[in-house]
Ligand binder design. Sequence first.
Ligand code: ATP
Length: 358
Amino acid sequence: MKTYRIAAIPGDGIGSEVVAAGIEVLNALALRDGNFGFKFDHFDWGGAYYKTHGRMMPENGRDQIRDHDAILFGSAGHPDIPDHITLWGLRLAICQPFDQYANVRPTRVLPGITSPLRHVESKELDWVIVRENSEGEYAGVGGRAHQGSPLEVATDVAMFTRAGVERIMRFAFKLARSRPRKLLTVVTKSNAQRHAMVMWDEIAREIAKEFPDVTWDKMLVDAMTMRMVIKPETIDTIVATNLHADILSDLAAALAGSLGIAPTGNINPERTFPSMFEPIHGSAFDIMGKGIANPIGTFWSAVMMLEHLGEQAGADRLMTAIERVTADKRFHTPDLGGSARTTDVTKAVVDAIQGRND
Ligand code: ATP
């Protein structure tokens, strides 16, 4: 039996509630399957850790998780700590050195969930957004000078490298090719940003030649928001820069019914380092400790983790269990208009895995 070593980093707020639920579901899945198991190592990093240690994770934190098969992450943040410290001190401090350059975000309207778009069903809104996760607008290049004086200046430089753009384009074309419609939309803003975005478009055209069986088009990011709302059925796989995809994927999550459902994988395709899986949502301090956080985003992230580990049958079983549960409105948490609790949803998914509510 294969045992996967998973680094669990629940973080803060509802992160710890949904990761605990995710671990329960993954253990139930392993028990049901019998061919694989998990050994979870728990790391208490995040905003609370920062309060006592003055940093989000230990200095040798990455060394502690480098050899794990994957990372299951919750959310990091603290109402008293600026967001850029929590983000750069933990999530990005893992993503960037571990070269998790492809951030993959599937979006679908799951059974039983109503999209705010009228009449839209699963088959019309079934997308995967590929977000460039290592450079671009979030490269961290820039600076501030003359702080506090009227002459204060601040810059954030969007940095795009040919190698970085080539590898994300290749990843996105490959992913589009693996999906039935073989359709890719390259999001850009090359009308206004006339250097990096023009190179982005040129490289897309070059890489497209390697994938003659993939149909692709190019779309300005502003027009893309309209297309996502007005013609969702014309979209399949999307590739966009760090900033553009960050924004588009929140829109996508909302169109699919709730931020509480959306999953993501920070993938290191070369597998030199572990990849990291997490729900898209943040720490949600407004509902922390109330037991009503929707754990579906974490469960779906666990599906992505299983796929990455090569456990396709387990991934399919978990996704089927999730869909069976979302189809039943008794298991909808308040963000979906229901009154179920995190534990109700978790138990229902465990029951579905065990075939108890067939
Ligand atoms: P952060 O700064 O960490 O991103 P945030 O509070 O700004 O946190 P989110 O945590 O993503 O952003 O939450 C946005 C809204 O969505 C909140 O009202 C929150 O309660 C709700 N929400 C997010 N995730 C969930 C979830 N899993 N279940 C239920 N509601 C959720």
